[in-house]
Write a protein that binds this ligand. Structure first.
Ligand code: ATP
Ligand code: MG
Length: 356
């Protein structure tokens, strides 16, 4: 079966790391006899420069007409002072809406050869292996009204936290599905001691848990979760939470294992193609120098094979190749710590290719 993959390189190192990830996908296609067709689209700052829009219609069409989307990164200082409809990040928010991406999955796992770059003690970080599942479509980010106002004659402001129960159901269900294939534990994070939305979230989690008797459900308040991520991250398997809590916790979690350049993410659609992207940004400080770490993008491609195409063996082959490459001492600058020689982006890609 022929799979159509839309690649949106975007800005800065997005271009360099997606090029690497595409090469790895081509290697897998050759090695395992698959047919991947790559089509390219514009997004972010470069799309603004070329078309006047951070997400041209053409890009949306191309994405919808494909089996999966691989995104690099958007943004850069060049567009920082643009009016808001001409900001690269607009392209990102819009594509989430257009593709109905309701869940963002961030696996946090540890590569043993990188223990130097974690802020945690080796014996703690060694066993870290969990996934954060963040709701993407609701909550404070999209609530209306969201506005400046006045109250009792004084300046005031309102943001609205709005969720429909079915939005909670579908994301919590996804977390249980994931957990049932992993270590069978879901940690549902909320603020049920204060927020009504969190109380409905908790009830919903309890209802769904009844359908997954083999999966343990635990509730945790978000402030405690923020602390537990540092104190004992080994306790987590699947963490599920609403949009803003997830935004904050996933950034916190992403530094546990070391470099930003190592971590992939997957955004899951209600229907249509999922989107895969490294969690890092466009890194303008190192863009165009061929020194960015391509591993986050490459692991994002592995997630694509696993989640969109059901190619578990192929996904594992990529992950294993990354592990072996790191074990052999190969490092890009961001994870080099004390290393004498560091690899360029293209050299790192070539090593991983070789290992596959
Ligand atoms: P954004 O607003 O797009 O998220 P940011 O400035 O918050 O951008 P990044 O662009 O991810 O964050 O960069 C943060 C730092 O991490 C930069 O110094 C950058 O060079 C470094 N960095 C990010 N990704 C990589 C990578 N793949 N390889 C090496 N260094 C990276
Ligand atoms: Mg950032």
């Amino acid at each position: 079966m022929r799979r159509k993959i839309t690649v949106l390189p975007g800005d800065g190192i997005g271009k360099e790391v997606t090029r690497g990830a595409v090469e790895i996908l081509e290697t897998v296609a050759e090695r395992y006899g698959h047919e991947f067709e790559f089509q390219y689209g514009e997004i972010g700052g470069q799309a603004i420069d070329n078309t006047g829009s951070p997400l041209p219609e053409q890009t949306i069409e191309t994405c919808k007409n494909s089996d999966a989307v691989l995104l690099g990164a958007v943004g850069g200082p060049k567009w920082d002072n643009q009016p808001s409809h001409l900001r690269p990040e607009r392209g990102l928010l819009k594509i989430r809406k257009e593709l109905n991406l309701y869940a963002n999955l961030r696996p946090i796992s540890y590569y043993s050869s990188l223990s130097e770059s974690s802020p945690l003690r080796k014996e703690i970080i060694e066993e870290v292996d969990f996934v954060i599942v963040r709701e993407l479509t609701g909550g404070l980010y999209f609530g209306k009204p969201s506005e400046r106002t006045t109250h009792d004659g004084k300046e005031a402001v309102v943001d609205t936290l709005f969720y429909q129960k079915d939005e909670m159901q579908r994301i919590i269900e996804l977390a249980f599905e994931l957990a049932s294939k992993r270590r069978k534990k879901v940690t549902s994070v909320d603020k049920a001691n204060v927020l009504e939305s969190s109380r409905l979230w908790r009830e919903t989690a309890e209802e769904i848990a009844e359908r997954y008797p083999e999966v343990e459900l635990e509730h945790m308040l978000v402030d405690n979760a923020a602390m537990q991520l540092i104190r004992n991250p080994r306790q987590f398997d699947v963490v599920v939470t609403e949009n803003m809590f997830g935004d904050i916790l996933s950034d916190e979690a992403s530094v546990l294992t070391g470099s930003l350049g190592m971590l992939p993410s997957a955004s899951i659609s209600t229907q249509g193609p999922n989107l895969y992207e490294p969690i890092h940004g466009s890194a303008p400080d190192i863009a165009g120098k061929n020194i960015a770490n391509p591993i986050a993008a490459i692991l994002s491609a592995a997630s694509m094979l696993r989640l969109s195409f059901g190619m578990e063996v192929e996904a594992e082959a990529i992950e294993k190749a990354v592990g072996e490459t790191l074990d052999s001492g190969s490092r890009t600058g961001d994870i080099a710590e004390g290393q004498v020689r560091t690899l360029t982006t293209t050299e790192m890609v070539a090593e991983i290719k070789g290992a596959i």
